[in-house]
Design a binder for this molecule. Sequence first.
Ligand code: BGC
Length: 390
Amino acid sequence: MVDELVSEDNAFRVERSVQSILHNQEANGAIIASPDFAQYHYCWLRDGSFCAYALDLAGEHEASARYHSWVNDAVAGIADDIDGVIAQHERGEAPDRLHMPPARFDLDGSIVVDDWPNFQIDGYGTWLWSLGQHLELAGAAGVPEHLFGSVNRVARYLSAFALSPCYDVWEESGDDVHTSTLACVYGGLVAAHRLLGNIDYQTSAERVRARVFDDAARVGHFVKSSANDDVDGSLLWLSVPFGVVHPADRSFAATVTLIEDRLGLDGGIRRYTADVYFGSGAWPVLTGSLGLHYLALGDPQGARRCKDWISDHIDQSGRLGEQFGGEVRDPKHFHEWIELWGPPAQDLTWSHAMYVVLSIALESFEDSDEGKQSLPAMDSKLTSREEGTS
Ligand code: BGC
């Protein structure tokens, strides 16, 4: 299937990345974040939902469907907890932040009992977005009956906690409201509106979008968080895939320039300026996101540079790590993290996912008649946002 979508020289690498994701999927549908890094022997909603999207683009709809069923079961397993925190919120009470629905689950779908900073709502938004893409790309008529309960529950959870401070997509700074988290929540709420036909979720999504623009209006570019006016590589998701802003929006263009200037490292993109995790190398996940932004602007050369940077980091055995260059950029912190957790992840399923997504998007862009068609399911969203851009 992949062969039809990407040219021959590329097809081998892309197919290998698709196989890596499939190989790291359990029979029950869970996708491990990394097989070689003990801290990542779990399934994150964030990583897994991007992986499922990559699988759908590669035509692996059955594997993606299994992932979504796994999320459905994991969410069903904590249904009472989710209903409980929503009820508390509705009563005006603040739920115990230590016992919010988790960012990651054990591979069997159970909760991991430890001190991980679990209150991260972005993954729940990314899941609904990814499910929406799956159903569209797989040609489904609507939400399958067995998923309905969890879709409904997660949509209510997102709507209730959309603007609450929580840990960010890097699992840090739990007291702030993070713009890229809002992007994921927006994507999830827009999907919830489409999937459930409930306009209230679109209204919640617009509230989230307004908050994102309010924060940007103060400084002329989108900001990392309510407490930090710097940029963050994950702000790239505001345009692709979540469609909060049009790719050519003026504040967004300023944001991308800052990301390239402040976070560029040897052709790749780091997470944020003050990052120290494994010396803060450049991440395939973020470099792939920059490539998707270039494509959305109609710049296949920019996208190709990003794609080539990623493929240059795939090793002989087909592994693609989490980040590259930290040991040279900041050896002190790189070694501190090695002492704590051992070497960084050498093979990260989310990295493979972004490589697959960018490669397929670039190829379909170049093959399309108008020269500007990239990802079918995403494109409809980008078009609709164009009307609303500020
Ligand atoms: C990253 C998260 C990611 C997790 C698993 C963490 O280091 O900050 O974004 O979900 O690893 O890959």
